[in-house]
Design a protein around this ligand. Structure first.
Ligand code: ATP
Ligand code: MG
Length: 270
């Protein structure tokens, strides 16, 4: 699980210092579903970057199962990201020249999965998000909702334990938005993920049993008992005991991975 304490992130802009996160304390349990909202510029994406080890705090601790991500050497951090953390972004971030299947495969390259198994697992992941018929389509040949499904398959094909989504429905119309939320929640359930999602969508926030609001870098967490668990209810599902504590594999690091193994190069297409 995540344990953040005193997390501060400052950006310097000339003479100015921007306090993107100010002394954030936060606990996120295994299998939790946390929704984050707040005004633009409040620090939501910055917090997600800390959780994902995409950036380091200026001060404070970002512990994932007792390991402080802020202090991990770069190679170890890269490994944690590649194995344990799936990301979904508002703009899908697919490689335009790769097919759906190839885009999903890119997540397995840093893990050293062989080509045949990569193809198979990518096809299965796409099938699980309802895109079994679209393996050979390029992003430009798919709707926004379909592209986001590809991105979700790419995030989950490696069986991560954490899924981080930054406004995953922000570029979609209302019907697509509901579809993608259904897919994300189904994946959260099925994979017993720890799921943290940033949203500007008040109808999603309203239904969240655990809601964090970030304003000017400061966080407030609200737990709401009046929201039924069926509306994305974290907490009810943990009783069965998620198999999460065996999933962090950082101790077996080979420390040879880099983030450059993505896209065409990674698949040997260049
Ligand atoms: N790389 C950077 N360099 C300088 N300032 C930055 C950088 N990244 C973020 N900031 C600043 O930090 C603050 C928090 O930004 P962040 O992107 O976390 O906000 P947000 O809550 O995600 O906003 P939005 O809802 O618009 O996505 C903002 O004032 C932003 O301008
Ligand atoms: Mg943001």
């Amino acid at each position: 699980m995540y344990q953040l304490s005193g997390v501060t992130k400052q950006y310097r802009r000339g003479k100015d210092t921007i306090h993107a996160l100010a002394d954030v304390d936060l606990t996120i349990g295994d299998g939790d579903r946390l929704v984050i909202q707040g005004p633009t510029g409040g620090g939501k994406s910055t917090l997600l970057q800390m959780l994902g080890g995409l950036d380091r705090p200026t001060s404070g601790r970002v512990e994932l199962d007792g390991t402080d991500l802020a202090k991990l050497p770069e190679a170890r951090l890269t490994r944690v990201r590649a194995e344990s953390i799936g990301f979904v972004f508002q703009t899908f971030n697919l490689v335009p020249t790769l097919t759906a299947q190839e885009n999903v495969e890119t997540a397995l390259v840093p893990l050293g999965v062989k080509a045949g198994e990569r193809r198979e697992r990518a096809a299965r992941a796409l099938d699980s998000v309802g895109l079994g018929e679209r393996l050979r389509h390029l992003p430009s040949e798919m709707s926004g909702g379909q592209q986001q499904r590809v991105a979700i398959a790419r995030a989950l094909v490696k069986n991560p334990r954490v899924l981080l989504a930054d406004e995953p429905t922000g570029n979609l119309d209302e019907s697509m938005r509901d579809e993608i939320m259904d897919v994300l929640d189904a994946m959260w359930e099925e994979h017993r993920l720890t799921f943290v999602m940033v949203t500007h969508d008040s109808s999603i926030a309203r239904k969240a049993p655990r809601l964090a609001t970030i304003r000017k870098g400061r966080i407030t967490v609200t737990e709401r008992k009046d929201v039924p668990p069926s509306a994305g209810g974290a907490g009810t599902r943990n009783a069965g005991g998620a198999d999460t504590d065996t999933k962090t594999k950082t101790d077996t690091d080979t420390e040879t991975e880099t983030d450059s193994a993505t896209g065409e190069e990674a698949l040997g297409k260049r």
